[in-house]
Write a protein that binds this ligand. Structure first.
Ligand SMILES: Cc1ncc(C[n+]2csc(CCOP(=O)(O)OP(=O)(O)O)c2C)c(N)n1
Length: 193
């Protein structure tokens, strides 16, 4: 499965979610499908996308939060899984695109390439819904079920180690930050009105 195909298949569902991604390839791929003000691409802070998603999910329970993570990022901060499990926000779905490599910095293999099982780790950390999928046909229903579940989910999607040719963006980091913040603020007004 290609991550870009997986993102394209679920893209329509993301319109009504708050989306936080890790940096690099996945951010570039999501942007290539069309940026939205409810998408935030967390730069530099590798391993902390789930922590940012957790903060939003806990403080804004009326919103559905989707985190797009990577195997290297999650492995860099395995405590992120236990913290998610501890607070267990029902409105958060973490998708870990596991390409068994640090693709964005050259493709060095990660520990999932030698058998470490991130879905198993998430389950052992106490995350109530976990799954691992290998094909697009498995991924789409699994993601839709996670969105509908109303229970914290970590979905590991095995993908090929293939990314975009370049990570060029015309969306400056600060613009993304201010736009995203405004989106969260405006949504608050809309929900409580
Ligand atoms: C603390 C820290 N260490 C290293 C980096 C450099 N870096 C940026 S992206 C990346 C690889 C991310 O790997 P993964 O989460 O598996 O995603 P992929 O690139 O494979 O999509 C690395 C090592 C960083 N940004 N921050």
């Amino acid at each position: 499965m290609l991550r870009l195909d997986a993102l394209r298949a679920i893209y329509p569902h993301l319109e009504d979610c708050v989306v936080v991604t890790i940096m690099g390839a996945v951010a570039a791929e999501l942007q290539s499908l069309g940026h939205r003000p409810n998408f935030f691409y967390l730069q530099h802070a590798m391993g902390l996308a789930s922590s940012m998603g957790l903060g939003i999910a806990l403080t804004r329970p009326e919103l559905k939060v989707v985190v797009f993570d990577g195997d290297g990022s999650v492995l860099m901060n395995l405590g992120g899984l236990t913290t998610l499990a501890r607070y267990r926000p029902a409105n958060l779905v973490q998708v870990i695109f596991d390409n068994e490599s640090l693709l964005s910095v050259g493709g060095f293999p990660t520990a999932t390439s030698t058998g470490s099982d991130l879905a198993g780790m998430a389950q052992a950390a106490g995350i109530p819904r976990t799954a691992m999928v290998h094909t697009l046909d498995e991924f789409v229903p699994a993601f839709e079920a996670a969105l509908a579940a109303d229970e914290l989910t970590t979905l590991v999607a095995k993908v090929e180690a293939v990314g975009p040719k370049a990570f060029v963006t015309d969306l400056p980091l600060l613009e993304n930050r201010f736009q995203f913040r405004r989106y969260l603020k405006e949504m608050k007004g809309r929900v409580s009105a």
